[in-house]
Design a protein. Structure first.
Length: 267
């Protein structure tokens, strides 16, 4: 697919931006973070590569995020109705010249079908696990392969996730809309889970990697770039990596946050 070629270079994102599917997030400077709210645990791990980055200009990076929800007593996971990811502003998300994938091309598509329709807009991939609880039946797990595409929804830039599971056959298309706000974590990606998913799937765990290099008008470009803007007297430092909140059915919100380190290089 050729795709629509629109974009806005230089949208401030985080040093590791854009993430993913409805479940959970958080992490610390060394390993994953676990935050407990009552009997519910929100967890996250992740990082970016490379860790050594220019001090005063962005350079291409890849981002990995992995997180989930679990309960301390093994009870039913709550349903998630909205996911909000807040990301720092020392990075750049560049989609200028990168094709877009319309959501209509992903509906009812297998993984191979989604790639055939929108390969030029691909920006990442991963996996998703959900628990399915159907009345009068034992619960079972659904394991889906995830693809992430550059896209647009109602005139707003978005990261569109396509999930496909073969057993039972399941397709989910979930756009994360990009919003710019003030503050240190000034970029938000917001996804509302569609009502057509029904009350039975309860997201449990996800893992995603986002990375894309492409050429436009003879120039090499990177979907995600970041710098390590620490004071000149230091060679390494920590920064806020991401914050996530999840709205549950009934209105309760749970969340956690993550920090990571980077090293500055001269050029």
């Amino acid at each position: 697919m050729r795709g629509r070629r629109r974009g806005a270079a230089g949208l401030a994102l985080g040093a590791l931006v854009v993430a993913l599917f409805a479940v959970a997030i958080g992490a610390s400077t060394a390993g994953g973070e676990r935050t407990q709210d009552g009997h519910l645990i929100v967890s996250l791990d992740g990082g970016l590569a490379p860790l050594t980055l220019p001090r005063d200009r962005p350079a291409p990076v890849a981002v990995r995020l992995a997180g989930g929800l679990q309960t301390t007593d093994g009870s039913l996971l709550p349903r998630v109705t909205r996911v909000e990811l807040s990301l720092p502003g020392q990075g750049v998300l560049d989609t200028h010249g990168l094709p877009m994938c319309p959501t209509r091309k992903l509906r009812d598509a297998t993984t191979d079908g989604a790639l055939e329709a929108c390969r030029d807009a691909l920006v990442g991939g991963g996996r998703l696990e959900a628990q399915v609880h159907v009345p009068n039946q034992p619960p079972f797990a659904v394991h889906a392969k995830l693809l992430a595409f550059n896209g647009e929804v109602r005139g707003r830039r978005a990261v569109i996730f396509h999930g496909f599971a073969a057993d039972p056959p399941t397709v989910v298309v979930l756009p994360f809309l990009l919003r710019l706000e003030t503050g240190r974590l000034r970029t938000r990606l917001v996804a509302d889970l569609p009502p057509e998913l029904g009350p039975w799937p309860h997201f449990a765990h996800f893992e995603v990697r986002l990375f894309r290099r492409f050429r436009f008008r003879g120039h090499d470009r990177s979907y995600i770039s970041a710098s390590c803007p620490i004071p000149k007297q230091f060679t390494a430092g920590f920064f806020s990596f991401a914050k996530a909140s999840f709205t549950l059915a009934g209105g309760q919100r749970v969340g956690t946050s993550i920090t990571r380190s980077c090293r500055a290089r001269a050029n």
